[in-house]
Design a binder for this molecule. Structure first.
Ligand code: FAD
Length: 472
């Protein structure tokens, strides 16, 4: 007898709920990953995240080899692949960790209904799964702060320790056909940017370094616009764990308990506050996944129905300038070029560029959401959608529509000259005090564009559009 563990967004062996259940069932396990053709064709999937995923699969395969096992990789439509695979291997059960996006829900429901074997789905991707944090009347929370209060009060699951051994895995994996772990080119993607090391070990290395050193400063450094978090000299800023949490190279329990243990071990109030702020970010991650689960319409349209009638602009030139980092506002252009170059952007910059696209250019948030999904290594349907709708003012906890970031004051407050000059080499000779507003120079650099919108006018246009949609 043999059973399957189907890896999806849980590309690790430690503290993996479904894998633990499978390998401790006493029946040998086949580790399987399916490269889903539907996702390959999706405009929401880009080469950088795919490259990170392929590297994570190679690394997972290596880890499994320590136990005489290997990762079997197949490609196709998951239900078809599973039906064929079960016939071929005679497997009697399928284990996996639940995924809460609408696409994954649909896929997993079809698999559970159609397969003739026992299907076991476990909650693993969140500390507290959808349905476990509800209001007193049993409804999902729509606002973050009360959600967080309820979330904080609930006990969190412990880390699962699994003592792996060879006997836990099927002894005949070598006889089962596996696609070699495919390259980007095999999957139809062009060569792309360098990505950080995608392994479970690297996730722990980053977590340990962050918790033992940088988290103490998190309250002060979280808004820093770092040039790049990847590479040897990791700047103090945030944890840079998002790609690892996204694909499950790190579990949320591992992240949470590392922080909680550090909290217990310090007597410093400031240190504790900084840790609590970081845990609150993990709570945002959970909140947006709950929102996506209970309100899947957010993938298609605004969370707040009132704004469905808002008259967004069709502005292909503005959109292109934003994507290319050619708006004439250094605080927009530097992070937009950073995104393309390294597949990541600091949270503060994400908020600023998202505000600019939706409030200064009045372009519908979905255009920005898709561009981010194509480029971000950590691109995640729930967090990205939540972040975009927040910035646009159409989501849960939305920025009140009349609060519109001023790109110049945001730049003065958060952008260092080094950050702006690094990503905008055209501005290398611009003096520090002119870097936020190069258009005000007597002789601005010729190869850098003038601002494509006037912020004050844009602000008025946006306020009018929101008021009209609200019937004011
Ligand atoms: P840290 O500050 O160290 O936070 C720790 C972890 O908490 C992160 O790794 C992430 O998993 C989670 N987290 C932090 N902030 C948020 C948040 N606001 N919402 C949800 N989870 C959060 N995050 C993604 O993981 N994927 C996305 O596609 C994504 N798109 C975004 C789009 C916009 C417009 C905005 C404003 C934010 C977006 N975020 C997204 C949230 C946030 O910017 C990133 O999680 C963060 O910058 C990642 O860096 P870090 O791991 O160093 O974060």
């Amino acid at each position: 007898e043999r059973i399957i563990h189907w890896f999806r967004r849980d590309l690790r062996i430690h503290d993996n709920t479904a894998l633990h259940k499978a390998v401790t069932s006493g029946i040998p396990v086949i580790p399987l990953f399916i490269i889903d053709d539907t996702l390959l064709q999706s405009p929401r999937v880009g080469a950088p995240r795919m490259k990170f995923m392929l590297q994570a699969l190679r690394s997972l395969d290596k880890t499994l080899q320590l136990y005489g096992a290997k990762l079997i990789v197949r490609r196709g439509k998951p239900l078809d692949v599973l039906q064929q695979f079960i016939t071929e291997t005679g497997a009697t059960a399928l284990h996996f960790n639940a995924d809460y996006s609408p696409y994954a829900q649909h896929r997993d429901n079809a698999v559970t209904k159609s397969l003739k074997v026992n299907v076991h789905s476990y909650d693993d991707a969140l500390l507290l799964p959808p349905g476990s944090v509800m209001t007193k009347s049993g409804d999902p929370y729509k606002v973050f702060t009360p959600f967080k209060r309820a979330w904080n009060e609930k006990e969190k699951p412990a880390i699962i320790e699994t003592a792996f051994s060879r006997a836990m895995f099927d002894a005949h994996l070598g006889e089962i056909h596996s696609e070699r772990i495919l390259s980007l080119a095999d999957l139809g993607f062009a060569a792309t940017i360098d990505i950080p090391e995608a392994s479970e070990a690297q996730a722990h290395h980053l977590l340990d370094a962050f918790i033992s050193e940088d988290i103490a400063y998190y309250d002060k450094t979280r808004n820093t616009l770092v040039i790049s978090p990847f590479g040897k000299n990791r700047p103090k800023g945030t944890s840079y764990l998002s790609p690892y949490l996204r694909l499950g190279l790190l579990s949320p329990r591992q992240a949470y308990w590392a922080a909680r243990n550090a909290y217990r071990q310090t007597n410093s109030q400031a240190h504790q506050n900084a840790i609590a702020t970081w845990v609150s970010e993990l709570t945002w991650r959970e909140f947006y996944m709950h929102i996506l689960y209970f309100y899947p319409h957010v993938m298609q349209r605004d969370f707040v129905e009132t704004y469905q009638s808002l008259a967004w602009e069709e502005d292909p030139h503005g959109l292109q300038a934003w994507k290319d980092g050619m708006t004439g506002y250094p605080i927009i252009d530097a992070p937009m070029r950073q995104l393309k170059a390294i597949g990541w952007m600091p949270n503060r910059a994400r908020m600023i560029v998202a505000s600019f696209l939706t409030k200064d250019l009045l372009i519908y948030w979905k255009h920005g959401d898709i561009h981010f999904m194509q480029h971000l290594i950590d691109g995640d349907p729930a967090a990205n959608n939540g972040g975009w709708q927040w910035a646009a003012g159409t989501g849960t906890d939305a920025q009140p529509y009349f609060r519109i970031f001023n790109p110049v004051s945001q730049s003065e407050k958060f952008a260092t000259p080094d950050y702006l000059r690094y990503w905008l080499p055209e501005l290398k000779d611009v003096p520090d005090d002119m870097l936020h507003t190069p258009w005000k120079m007597e002789k601005a650099p010729d190869d850098y564009p003038a601002p494509i919108v006037d912020h004050q006018k844009a602000r008025e246009r946006t306020l009018a559009a929101f008021k009209a949609a609200r019937g004011e």
